[in-house]
Design a protein around this ligand. Sequence first.
Ligand code: S3P
Length: 171
Amino acid sequence: MKIILLGYMGCGKSTIARYLAKSNGLTFIDLDKYIEKKEALSIKEIFSTKGEIYFRLQESIYLKEIIETKDNCILSLGGGTPCYANNMNTILESKIPSIYLRANIPTLVNRLEKEKSTRPLIADLTEEKLIEYIGKHLFERAPFYEQSNFKINVNGKSVLEIAREIETVLH
Ligand code: S3P
């Protein structure tokens, strides 16, 4: 059994994946953490020393590697993963259920303001610029996310509520 969680930065992919994995006896795999381990560098360091294009190439390679080699796991992707290198088609063709955790702009801004430092794309943005950036970026990315097999609105919901909704749609 495999499940893929995707969505914009700050939508809760890793938190929900970790919870679901624990409560269903599955392995939790976070694509960013997997890349960091394989490359022996943090995401921030990969962006600053090797550039975003290198990151996107590695991200696509490691996504395929996990899809092909890992089982019984819940995989949380990076926010950009579905939007580059034909990755969304790879995900859909794998037939692994994909779930979009759909958060609105206020939810994302609220969360990302507090935890932007580890995310190279937004680390240096002021609060005002962050709102504008998320608005535009989400608009560009939503068409990829919306191709997921299932979509769950996460605004104002607890981890437990979201996990239950995911379990319901998958059964
Ligand atoms: C990115 C999201 C990050 C990470 C990288 C790029 C993006 O993952 O992959 O900083 O393009 O949205 P999270 O969504 O887990 O923050």
